[in-house]
Write a protein that binds this ligand. Sequence first.
Ligand code: MTE
Ligand code: HPA
Ligand code: MOS
Length: 778
Amino acid sequence: MDVKAGAKRKAGVRAVGRALPHDSAPLHVSGTATYTDDIPEPQGLLHLAVGISGKAHARIRRLDLSAVLAAPGVVAVMTADDIPGENNCGPVVKDDPILAPGLVQYAGQAVFAVAAETVTDARRAAKLALVDYEELEAILDPLQAVARNSFVLPTETIRRGDSRKRIHAAAHKVKGRVRLGGQDQFYLEGQIAMALPREDGDLFVYSSTQHPGEVQHLVAHAIGKSSKDVVVECRRMGGAFGGKESQPALIACIAALMAQKTGRPCKLRLDRDDDMLMTGKRHDFVIDYEAGFDDSGRIDGIEFTFASRCGMSVDLSGAINDRTMFHCDNAYYLGDVTIVSHRCKTHTVSNTAFRGFGGPQGMFGIECVVDDIARHLGMDPLDVRRRNFYGIGERDTTQYLQKVEDNLIHDIVERLERTADYRKRAAAIREFNAGSRILKRGIALTPVKFGISFTATHLNQAGALLHVYTDGTVQLNHGGTEMGQGLFIKVAQVVAEELQIDIDRIKLMASDTSKVPNASATAASSGSDLNGKAAQAAARKIKRRMTRFAAEHFSVTVDDIEFIDNEVRIGGKRIPFAELAKLAWFARTSLSATGFYRTPKINYDRATFSGRPFFYFAYGAAVSEVIIDTRTGEHRLLRVDILHDCGLSLNPAIDRGQIEGGFVQGAGWLTSEELWWNEKGELRTHAPSTYKIPTSSDVPPEFHVTMLESAANREKTIYRSKAVGEPPLMLALSVFHALRDAIHSVDGCVRVPVLQAPATPEAVLNAISLQRGEGGRS
Ligand code: MTE
Ligand code: HPA
Ligand code: MOS
């Protein structure tokens, strides 16, 4: 299964395409992988805690920190007034105060920071502040925000054709509203940063971040200095899932400001509850839709209105909601469309990136529409899905005018339908349900098409820095970050393949802003696409230099030189790679190189929402089968079959992990993870006791994951692979639709089911009650 791109070569090191374990696996399982909190603490380290707002929207009349300052172990306190530079950690717009400047806009917002000799001292002291609030009216819900014109950014619209007219003229219509919950990233390692003062007011910051460059930039601005004065390093994160794309800046800025103020190293590690209260999550949505379609279920015209909870500031909400608009087609040609996207300002935490980055929410919308259509017509939903797939050579233009050139969905769904035995099982389930009053089963097959590239074109660039030492070993730096997804091993595989050296000769270095500057966040699933290519470019540069040197030194032509299997063949003889490295060095050849890559072909005009935002699409499909207990609303996921497209996988073991993990994480989002705010705007689900992520026992007992074979990316990506980080999450839409299928059977498949997400037992019971015509929330 392993050798793909390397298969053409007869001999030599085969690194790319092999199912190698994660480079840190031995460290992970032995507990010796160093996360930020494991870095040996420097002498004089101060521990920080943050005092957070208890109100959703209020003016601070008076802030009395005298008891905080007088508490045992406390060394310093800090408020907005103590910030020498910009009081902002917003990644795009400067609307995110580091410390609230007299106005709080969500319960959980940082108001002040305290530094103490121990973590306990700091956390205890932070609770002693006396705050006099003048409460202001709070907007707590996206619909309330729409009604009040409360937006963080202007409403955007994509329009193609005349959807009104087409819906009006259509033979059939469905119309509905569905609520879709948010999701906490629930990385195992919480947000953390440690800042160390260096000479002349400079700072070195360890940050658990997907975006060291942004942390560097925002820290520099906060302390009133510039990028050159700050170095940010991250060896690895204990999970991020988008939650560390922009959010770490707040934590790092507080640590940096306090280090600057006290002249001592400072560490801020959030407690889990505070982490959940203070930092942004996946956007929850209210989705309104109306579609017109023909007797076969084919959509003629469709209208969506998306209202997302952005929270109190912009953060990444612009790009996230754009991605929702780009993905509310999923794999379907929509006909005439109007998509309206409201970016609602609410007095809740500012929502942020989460695996899929708004895409899953758009796809959720269209999958509900398609399922409604099937129920309306009494058809199998799979037939309606297939009826609406993008065509090949026809009906192949998205609502943003990108042509779908690499359509694999027909092939994937056809194969999966067969291998998962969909039709037979669907029939068996109908039979089971007819004879079972309390337990009902359901099945669904849903497709995934996900656009790969940052939608902000300029972010699609990457750099690498490679050093070859005279003993033939290599240090590899690139602009990406490791969060468990296996980016580092993939990039190392590329370098090993290029230089034809064993992978254990390559040391993966921490992400470091002083090694690779101006790197984009490791996000949009493009980590290996971008950094793999940048590292390849660096490796090829060094290889070229070594080749040229060898040709001259051994008086052969460059065509007589081949790097192969830890050696270099020079004419008729072979010498070890290390020996050539030493000879080249001796002859004063540079063995260090940078590499750079930018994604080709993409171009996109944000003003008109048209062009080619995505280099290519990643595809997949899943069949899920569930059983529900109609008395309790509980369900079990019985069996899942997945067929997913990884192109020519760089590492099938890593990719399998991404598919399995992404799917289970998506199932958690859609079934068990519920964020609940009370009427005061306080998040009451801020710990695992009340916020239920999936556990190992939620993994389906039958879980068949297959990767599409011989599926070289038609675009020239790194070794023709495809990005895999985010797309599998959306395979879990099949779980939600299997639940709808089970609920549908409750009244003998008469009414169109109305199920809100997450489909908690409560939501399922509510849907059952509606299905029986007994009323409930719709
Ligand atoms: N996998 C693990 N184990 N941990 C993570 O934090 N983040 C996901 C995905 N897979 C994540 C993960 C998200 S949101 C993205 S964008 C990609 O990994 C980022 O990495 P990549 O671009 O290298 O795939
Ligand atoms: N995906 C993830 N992160 C991003 C994007 C995107 O498309 N754009 C900006 N940050
Ligand atoms: Mo991933 S949501 O793009 O960090």
